[in-house]
Design a binder for this molecule. Structure first.
Ligand SMILES: [Zn+2]
Length: 425
């Protein structure tokens, strides 16, 4: 494995503005002793040194600073002024030094960083990445963001892995397949832990998702194709069997044996009579092979108009669900712990609205499991060969077969481009 490591906020605790001039190369008289390592970072690098084929520091900061810290503190080679998330500098560096991508596949690399720019850079090169959240790891100059709402946003940047400590990163090196999301790898056992909140019933409301549905470049594991198949009119029984087998295995091994809760009931968000495929969620629920009673508790009111997907704002989505979805009034949920399934997590509004309805009906703990979560799009460097604009071209995926193509996204798809489409590669 070849490790690519961000520096500021990942190995050294330099987010405070007092380091500004140093990082930008304006103060070159600084003492190395003034640059605090994040607790555990030096040991982390020592362990990586034994276990990785190569390690490279990739930083947006100035070379006069990056070079000294990288070499004198960590003994590592470095690339400064990387210009994240633009891929050009890192790509040409890797091409020159390592013959990337001809001599290495992207899966031999792992990019570890603490910001969305790091993740976007890695995704732009189709390299697997780690979003590292060290906020509760004792970094002294770090603000303490609200863990739950902040975490969901950071996970939706679409890194391959989300870690809260250096040890978790090392755990990925031990077993990269097992640490992948449940529906991204046959061996995957991880879920995206989007939110964990204590609720007013003295219980917890937990939101998890089992695979990334990517937009734009990603890595080889993104589950766009699987998500598309799940929602396809042509969804086969065989596909449903395989996906419910994978989710059942996850529930049995990672949820139902956790010990903290005993789950009383499994349900799913309601299918409309017009949903394609018919009973999209209900048939999935019934296909699960788990030792938990199942009940279809939610239904749409017959006068429902429009679709939640046409409500881009979170608050409108919540209102839409609360207006048109009903929870079975005959269900006895008092003190119960309920698992709810949905196919896609975007803003979290559906999840929270359904959890609230269950709590209002007396449930104590709610685990909302989305099969796929939509990750943020990544800008790409290519400009349009027809209109010449930069920044309007994105990677999109065909509905028909899931194949990727370039699109100079036109206004009808909320872009500013001319509508040009082109093949990739
Ligand atoms: Zn164009």
């Amino acid at each position: 494995m070849h490790l690519l490591l961000d520096l500021d906020g990942t190995l050294v605790d330099t987010n405070s503005c007092k380091f500004h001039d140093i990082k930008h190369g304006r103060d070159r008289q600084f003492s190395l002793a003034d640059i605090p390592s994040i607790p555990g970072a030096e040991e982390f690098v020592e362990t990586l040194r034994e276990r990785c084929d190569s390690i490279l520091i990739v930083s947006d900061s100035h070379g006069a600073y990056v070079g000294r810290v990288a070499e004198e503190r960590f003994g590592l080679p470095w690339l400064a002024l990387a210009d994240k998330p633009n891929i050009a500098n890192l790509r040409s560096f890797l091409a020159e030094r390592m013959g990337f991508p001809l001599q290495h596949v992207p899966e031999e690399f792992l990019f570890v960083g603490d910001t969305k720019l790091d993740v976007q850079l890695a995704r732009g090169l189709w390299i697997p990445s780690v979003m590292l959240d060290l906020w509760h790891y004792g970094a002294p100059n770090r603000d303490q963001p609200d863990p739950s709402s902040d975490r969901a946003k950071r996970i939706q940047e679409g890194a391959t892995y989300y870690c809260r400590s250096f040890d978790e990163v090392l755990g990925i090196l031990d077993n990269p397949a097992e640490k992948r999301y449940v529906l991204e790898d046959p061996k995957g056992r991880s879920s995206a832990r989007l939110r964990t909140d204590e609720n007013w019933r003295d219980g917890v409301t937990v939101i998890r998702a089992l695979a990334r549905e990517q937009q734009g470049p990603c890595d080889a594991y993104g589950a766009r194709m699987r998500s598309r198949q799940f929602q396809s009119e042509d969804r086969t029984d065989d596909f449903l069997r395989r996906i419910s087998r994978d989710v059942s295995l996850y529930l049995r091994e990672e949820v139902l044996t956790e010990g903290k809760f005993s789950w009383d009931l499994a349900t799913c968000v309601a299918d409309k009579t017009t949903t394609k495929p018919p009973r999209k969620m209900a048939n999935f629920l019934q296909a699960l092979d788990v030792d938990v009673p199942k009940a279809e508790l939610f239904s749409w009111l017959p006068d429902v108009q429009g679709s939640i997907r046409h409500q881009p704002k979170r608050d409108d989505r919540t209102k839409f669900v609360r207006q048109f979805v009903r929870l079975d009034p005959a269900a006895n949920l008092h003190g119960k712990s309920v698992i709810v399934f949905d196919d896609q997590y975007t803003t979290g509004a559906t999840a929270v609205a359904h959890a609230d309805m269950l709590l209002e009906a007396g449930a104590r703990n709610v685990l909302f499991v989305a099969l796929f979560f939509l990750v943020n799009d990544v800008p790409i460097e290519r400009s349009c060969p027809r209109c010449g604009k930069a920044g309007t071209v994105r990677i999109r995926y065909r509905k028909k077969d899931g194949g990727a193509f370039y699109s100079c996204v036109p206004p009808e798809y909320r872009g500013k481009g001319c509508g040009w489409v082109g093949n990739i590669g």
